[in-house]
Design a protein around this ligand. Structure first.
Ligand code: C2E
Ligand code: MG
Ligand code: MG
Length: 486
């Protein structure tokens, strides 16, 4: 049995311990609270910093970058471009008669329109582009990575500008009010000798006033020469649209011969005979037709005409065996209906399919080699032939060459031109001919103009020839007359 004082001491010690534990817990709780408070304060500070940042760099009404952020990005982009990078463009945008809206429906509606416009502008941008709001009804767009060529950069900027004009021209719904507005755009290129980001902004602003002066709802470039180039292209594109309806396209025919000078084939080459411009070369309008999608209708007409020609030739002993080569653009080739379209033309015209040869370039293979091979194989199965045009100028990957169901390599005329004097051209041509032979393909040289060129090619075992030496591209009547009378 313990003594009483001993017990009392134990009780006291126990209480002391309990008290100490309680104290520890209390202090722990206090620490937890203090900790939470600290975390909250840190979070709050972060939130405030972000908010301040947003206020400093973003426009509160639209959430777009403000002038400060834009100028910062513009300076960087301009400097990078000056260091030899890609060209870029700056576009200054001002809504037309925005004041009318504020005056009639009030500022709340004005704000709504600005917010919706900001969204519409953003929808026209690519990943690296910037749309900023400078204030009021003024926006600025910064386009980067527009390539190395100023004309190319201007055309891309123009395309973005056209998209913006179209998107903003759609009616707005402001609560219950339908509203229509337009805008004016001034554009300038980085490459156009500006010395600073600020000067670029000034130039785009000046160009924007030109757009206003020109009647609003349009885009103007700061550089008049650039504007002239763009105008010329736009008017060519307008004419191109009309040309199909007015049947201004015609096929010319150029003879192809074998090594004994015997005609075996013909290439159909399109010509545009414009009422005022005269004869427009395909090099001028085919790229434009490809960009605008018009190449699909043009290509279809060319194929139709070619098939009717083959049909007519089949009735005549002189022309019965000729193979007609038709140029096919990559855009046309990659259309989902292309195989069906060719098949149906071959059937409806009842032509011998092996008399039709499609000339494609390596650009066809760039987009999707597997689908290109599938398309070619499907047409090859019905007998249609293929030639690889402008061979040697593209990527000429030997890896895919052996897998392509082609019949012919067509040596690009740039190698033939100086074949008599240029040793590397000689070497390239010899290599292409040898390669064609070992892959069991036909080989044709294009652009053969002189006897010397022909003799060199003949010595290297080239099997087929095309060029002014044998005949220029001619309208059908002249072509057939030449064929008949030599
Ligand atoms: P391509 O298919 O490589 O056609 C050969 C070009 O060389 C033709 O130019 C032809 O007129 C020209 N040529 C032929 N022999 C000689 C020669 O001895 N010397 C020189 N200096 N040139 C010669 P063209 O007719 O101006 O056509 C240019 C390009 O336009 C064609 O190059 C082809 O890529 C495209 N093209 C022509 N017609 C069509 C078509 O109907 N559809 C498509 N998608 N493209 C076409
Ligand atoms: Mg061709
Ligand atoms: Mg060619």
């Amino acid at each position: 049995m313990r003594q009483l004082p001993e017990l009392a001491e134990l009780v006291i010690a126990n209480r002391e311990l309990a008290f100490q534990n309680e104290e520890k817990e209390r202090r722990l709780a206090e620490l937890v609270i203090a900790n939470r408070e600290l975390a909250f304060q840190i979070e709050e500070r972060g939130r405030l910093t972000t908010e301040l940042n947003n206020l400093a760099f973003y426009d509160t009404l639209t959430g777009l970058p403000n002038r400060r952020l834009l100028v910062d990005r513009l300076r960087r982009a301009f400097a990078a471009s000056q260091r030899g990078g890609q060209d870029g463009a700056l576009m200054y945008i001002d809504l037309d008669k925005f004041k009318d809206l504020n005056d009639t429906l009030g500022h709340d509606f004005g704000d709504l329109l600005l917010q919706q416009t900001a969204q519409r502008l953003e929808s026209c941008m690519r990943k690296n582009d910037t749309v900023a709001r400078l204030g009021g009804d003024e926006f600025v767009i910064l386009l980067e990575d527009l390539g190395q060529q100023p004309i190319e950069a201007a055309l891309q900027a123009k395309a973005v500008g056209d998209k913006i004009l179209a998107v903003v021209n759609q009616p707005y719904l402001l609560v219950t009010h339908e509203y229509h507005i337009t805008l004016s755009i001034g554009a300038t290129l980085f490459s156009d000798h500006a010395t600073s980001a600020e000067e670029l902004l000034k130039r785009a602003d000046i160009a924007m006033y030109q757009a206003k002066k020109a009647g609003r709802n349009t885009l103007r470039f700061f550089n008049q020469k650039m504007q002239d180039v763009i105008n010329a292209r736009t008017s060519l594109e307008d004419d191109l649209r009309k040309a199909l309806e007015s049947q201004e396209f015609q096929l010319y025919y150029q003879i192809q011969v074998d090594n004994l000078h015997r005609p075996f084939g013909v290439e159909a080459l399109i010509r545009w005979i414009h009422p005022d411009r005269g004869l427009v070369s395909p090099a001028q309008f085919i790229p434009l037709a490809e960009e605008s999608g018009l190449i699909l209708s043009i290509g279809k007409t060319v194929l139709e005409t070619a098939c009717s020609r083959l049909k007519a030739w089949q009735q005549d002993a002189l022309t019965r065996d000729l193979i007609l080569a038709v140029n096919i653009s990559a855009v046309q080739f990659h259309q989902a209906e292309f195989v069906a379209e060719v098949q149906s033309l071959v059937q409806s015209h009842a032509i011998i399919p092996t008399r039709l040869k499609l000339e494609i370039t390596e650009s066809v293979l760039l987009k999707n080699v597997e689908s290109a091979i599938a398309t070619m194989s499907a047409l090859k199965d019905i007998g249609v032939r293929f030639s690889l045009d402008d061979f040697g100028t593209g990527y000429s990957s030997l890896q895919y060459l052996k897998r392509l169901p082609i019949d012919q390599l067509k040596i690009d005329q740039s190698f033939i031109r100086n074949i008599a004097t240029d040793n590397s051209d000689k070497a390239i041509v010899c290599a292409i001919i040898a390669m064609a032979h070992s892959l069991d393909l036909d080989v044709i040289a294009e652009g053969v103009e002189t006897d010397d060129q022909r003799q060199f090619l003949l010595d290297k075992n080239c099997t087929h020839y095309q060029g002014y030496l044998f005949g220029k591209p001619e309208p059908i009547e002249q072509f057939e007359a030449l064929l008949r009378h030599g």
